[in-house]
Ligand binder design. Structure first.
Ligand code: SAM
Length: 282
């Protein structure tokens, strides 16, 4: 798109909203919401009270996961008519496990400016207080709802030397934590629950103990969750992973099974252990 086209459009502002504490709305977010003529909201009824409380007079238009393409077309019309639009989701940052990415892509494709505002996001909020020491993190968002697919997704992540960050709903948290424990074995799990709200909890514990901890009190299974898992150590050649692998191989277990089991027990990377097992056998 040409520079002149960009200049003809008004801007789309991507505006994060609080996760649960109104005071977390930034001053800039408030200013933008008050100044734009249009707010594109994931759920206009849900955002109504927030906008009313802020004295926002902008008209709203719906922009949810089932109408993103039509919403994008309407938003582009407004922008090309010189009317700026603020995009918000129900809570946190639009486009992060929320609708928004398609709208942003379409607006950029149309040659209009997209202006991101920093602000609340459950993943970074949770990570900042997790105490996990991993240098890297991988934000996964929601895992598949079905256990088979979820385990498959988790298996694919098992060798990654980065903390893993998942979103989870309360009705699935027990099943997901059970699958995490069976795929990853010995790692640290940090459970971030109801962040920025009255019952905010940030609890760190060894993954094998997590299911019992959650079951011990039904309140621990309520609310919104960020689950954070320490990353694969990647030290399969020198650490606990190698010791366990050698024991299992000496017991006659097939290479693949031994690597998988040693990875589950120690939290070391399954792929690295498999490579090590092959080289030991060779
Ligand atoms: N766009 C949002 C963001 O920036 O974090 C995420 C939206 S996603 C539909 C909702 C999920 O985010 C919840 O199921 C939960 O996993 C996580 N989440 C949102 N608010 C949270 C909170 N206050 N405490 C813990 N997790 C939260």
């Amino acid at each position: 798109m040409t520079e002149s086209m960009t200049q003809e459009c008004a801007a789309l502002y991507v505006v994060p909203t609080p996760l649960g504490n109104l005071a977390d709305l930034t001053r800039r977010a408030e200013e933008i919401l008050r100044s734009v003529p249009w707010v594109a909201a994931e759920d206009t009824r849900h955002s109504g009270p927030l906008l009313k409380q802020l004295g926002v007079r902008a008209r709203t238009l719906p922009a949810h996961q089932h109408n993103e393409n039509e919403a994008a077309a309407r938003i582009i019309e407004k922008l090309q008519a010189g009317e700026s639009v603020a995009l918000i989701s129900d809570a946190g940052t639009p486009g992060i496990s929320d609708p928004g990415a398609r709208i942003v892509a379409a607006v950029r494709e149309a040659g209009c400016r997209v202006v991101p505002l920093p602000g609340p996001c459950a993943a970074t909020t949770a990570l900042s207080a997790s105490g996990l020491l991993d240098e890297h993190f991988l934000f996964y968002g929601f895992l598949p709802a079905k256990s088979g697919q979820r385990r498959q997704a988790l298996e694919a992540l098992s060798g990654i030397p980065a903390a893993l960050v998942f979103y989870e709903a309360p009705h699935r948290v027990l099943d997901t934590v059970a699958d995490l424990a069976s795929v990853f074995g010995q790692r640290t799990l940090v459970i971030g629950r109801e962040l920025t709200k009255l019952f905010e909890t940030i609890h760190s514990l060894p993954l094998p103990e997590a299911l019992d901890w959650l079951k011990a009190d039904p309140n621990r299974q309520r609310g919104e969750f960020v689950l954070m898992l320490s990353g694969a150590s990647g030290e399969a050649d020198s650490g606990e992973g190698e010791r366990v692998l050698k024991l299992l191989l000496a017991d006659g277990l097939p290479t693949k099974q031994a690597a998988k089991l040693a990875a589950s027990i120690t939290g070391a990377s399954k792929n690295a252990l498999y490579d090590l097992a092959l080289s030991l056998k060779g």
